[in-house]
Design a protein around this ligand. Sequence first.
Ligand SMILES: *Cc1c(COP(=O)(O)O)cnc(C)c1O
Length: 396
Amino acid sequence: MFKPETIERFKGIETPFYYYNMDVLRQTLDACRDASAKHNFHVHYAMKANFNPKVVEAVQRYGFGADCVSGNEVKAAIAGGFDKGKVVFAGVGKSDKEINLALDADIFCFNVESIQELEIINELAQAKNKVAGVAIRINPNVDAHTHHFITTGLDENKFGINTWQLQDVAETLRKCTNLKFLGIHFHIGSQITDMEVYKNLCTRINDMQDWFENHGFAIKVLNAGGGLGVDYYNPDTNTIPDFESYFSVFRKFLRVKPGQEVHFELGRALVAQSASLISRVLYVKIGQKKNFLILDAGMTELMRPMLYQAYHSIENLSRKSEVGKSESPEDGASSQVLNYDVVGPICESTDCFRKDVELPESQRGDLIAVRTAGAYGEVMASNYNLRDAVPSVYSV
Ligand SMILES: *Cc1c(COP(=O)(O)O)cnc(C)c1O
């Protein structure tokens, strides 16, 4: 929901841009901190969801750790204020350069995704006379019931180590003297809203910790990854994810022994609702079969709809907004509702935010907000078609 003065402010700014509502961001972070602190759970922020320096600055204030998936993210996390002793590094293809960088930075833990990677980290650590903390990322074959493009925990996914390889993992760990085994790591997908999925994950984590302990390995860290979803349909009425229910599932179903730590890696849930992509209508094409609203923003600014058919709420801020949703200050009442395919200017047919969007009759120059764009939005921007970099604007 945009205040009239915010929309007034937008009128003076060149589009497209990302608008960050820092209040929403802080309220979300407050809610997550409070809900996790109750159970003594450790939260790492998944940097890849949004590494905008202002966002990183806001998040690190909460004392969360950082979950990184590249060497540059490790660097950015530490430079941005995260404690290096709370940095974890995942990713199926860590290069030698990235591993060395993380070893030099003395991060907390590598979340290791293959046996070969274990051997390489051991080798590189040995060369530096260091001991690397490692957790084994296990692919638990749990169906996340999310879009198949963003599921990661099934046997056919490239991530993690499959359970039938654990015997080899154990042997490798025993012979790698420059590795310190810390625990087990899971991340089964993203935009997960069905809590039953996390209950199933707990069962698998319990099985896996039994397996390791039966094979002589003490487990300090149980890392359940991230993936908690947000409500893309109701950004104004369901803004803050239900962290209470999420963490309660783990409190209830995860077997945690004395001395063990439970870790999470949340990205989307912490930042998605804090930003919108703001653009203007360039042209309106009224056709016989289709009407098109052609925006000055496209897949180069926000790729999620084109990349994985993601839904985003779309509002015309200059008129009455998407039918039945929020109110707007200007001449709403009189306008007629039309059906538009809301598209971008990029020379690709997939450059469409959504088809058949019901919006008040719109005109060139109208301000359009694409909501819930704070996660996997700005960070996926590209300069395809030699587009300008997309700027960001912040509430105070
Ligand atoms: C992307 C990622 C996350 C965060 O996922 P969200 O769905 O944004 O919560 C956590 N852990 C790992 C290993 C990831 O790759």
